[in-house]
Design a protein around this ligand. Structure first.
Ligand SMILES: [Zn+2]
Length: 371
């Protein structure tokens, strides 16, 4: 087995602005934590620098006009029409250098996919990727270039079958849109219901169109969902779906904004369910391309991604004392002195309400997909 970890210190320094929740620095925290726990070394692991992508490859996911506009914005030009490309909003500010930054982040996801398809790696992780909201001609939800769509299109051009699993708290609308009519890509998104959260899509009724019908699966879950309910949905719906489809490569957007402490979302998850999901995904496909995504509690996100990387490599990181340096606890594991969260369960009438809601969703999907 060979694994690739994509990282560039320079890319983690890129700044969306002090008031913007998206902090590329999370990838640096992840890298440091992985090193501290010793899960980035060994003969089977390579540290790779994200490459640039050429225009032709970017066109796999985006229109020429959009890429032109993004290049101008990136040079510091401001113009009225940028709003029609989704730039100039609070979520997607016109940032200098955004074209170069985004296309290098996407380069890592693309190269990771190419390596899996060529057989030179079995696992690739890009903590600087996972921009699932970006659309063909529009930036959306902190996402300017959709690295996932680029990588999946690349795989399709080489006749691979792909399952895309999105466990970010937000619906993976950009990826869904790109493959809505396609039966070569299975697109599964578990997310907080669009009744409550951006991008307000991903309803259970959205299940693909034409030849792609049945190949898009949305699992919207209510605010307050805890580990137990989340794992029920994952085990009863996601696992049998992937087993049925039997992909050549599994693409996993493992955003960590589902965590209980995330400031932008309303799930009540701990990384105990997060790690169980990653462990199961690992068992479902021999080739996995994982990317980051959301995650606005940056230390908890770094813990999630460190654990995910370790699990994808079949390593159980040494816990408890690895964070002790000179007798002082520091960094992301400080609050619990461990990479793992303490368990948390919702109880009482609230749980009963949530249980009914989640069970209805599961039963609907089990029936529709004959699971
Ligand atoms: Zn998200």
């Amino acid at each position: 087995m060979h694994s690739l970890f994509y990282y560039s210190h320079e890319l983690t320094r890129y700044d969306f602005g002090p008031d913007h929740p998206f902090k590329p620095e999370r990838a640096q925290k992840t890298y440091e934590l992985c090193n501290r726990y010793g899960v980035l070394s060994g003969p089977r692991i390579s540290l790779k620098s994200p490459p640039k992508l050429d225009r032709e490859t970017l066109l796999l996911a985006h229109s020429e006009q959009y890429l032109d506009a993004l290049e101008r914005i990136s040079k510091g030009e401001l113009f009225q029409e940028m709003l029609q490309f989704g730039v100039g909003t609070e979520d997607n500010p016109p940032l200098e250098g955004i074209y170069e930054w985004s296309t290098r982040c996407a380069g890592a996801t693309w190269e990771g996919m190419a390596s899996l398809l060529e057989g030179s790696a079995d696992v690739a992780f890009n903590p600087l990727g996972g921009f699932h909201h970006a659309r063909r001609s529009q930036a959306e939800g902190f996402c300017y270039i959709n690295d996932l769509v680029i990588a999946i299109q690349e795989a399709l051009s080489r006749n691979a079958r792909i399952t895309y699993v999105d466990i970010d708290a937000h619906h993976g609308n950009g990826v869904q849109e790109a493959f809505y009519g396609d039966n070569r890509v299975q697109v599964i998104s578990m997310h907080e219901s669009g009744k409550f959260l951006y991008p307000f899509s991903g309803a259970i009724e959205e299940w693909g169109e034409g030849q792609g019908q049945g190949f898009t699966v949305n699992i919207p879950l209510p605010p307050g969902t805890d580990d137990e309910l989340y794992l029920d949905a994952f085990h009863r719906v996601v696992i049998p779906l992937i087993k049925d489809f039997a992909p050549d490569v599994l693409v996993a957007q493992i955003g960590a904004d589902t965590m209980i402490s995330d400031p932008l979302t309303d799930f009540m998850l701990t990384n105990n369910s997060y790690t169980e999901v990653v462990r199961n995904l690992k068992g479902l496909c021999g080739k996995i391309l994982a990317t980051g995504g959301g995650g606005y509690d940056i230390y908890r996100t770094a813990r999630c991604w460190t654990l995910a990387w370790a699990i994808l490599n079949g390593i159980e990181p040494e816990d408890e004392f690895a964070g002790l340096v000179g007798g002082m606890m520091f960094g992301p594991e400080m609050e619990v002195s461990s990479l793992h969260d303490r368990p948390y369960t919702v109880t009482g009438p609230q749980k009963d309400r949530l249980r009914r809601d989640v069970d209805n969703t599961i039963e609907f999907l089990v029936k529709r997909h004959n699971l």
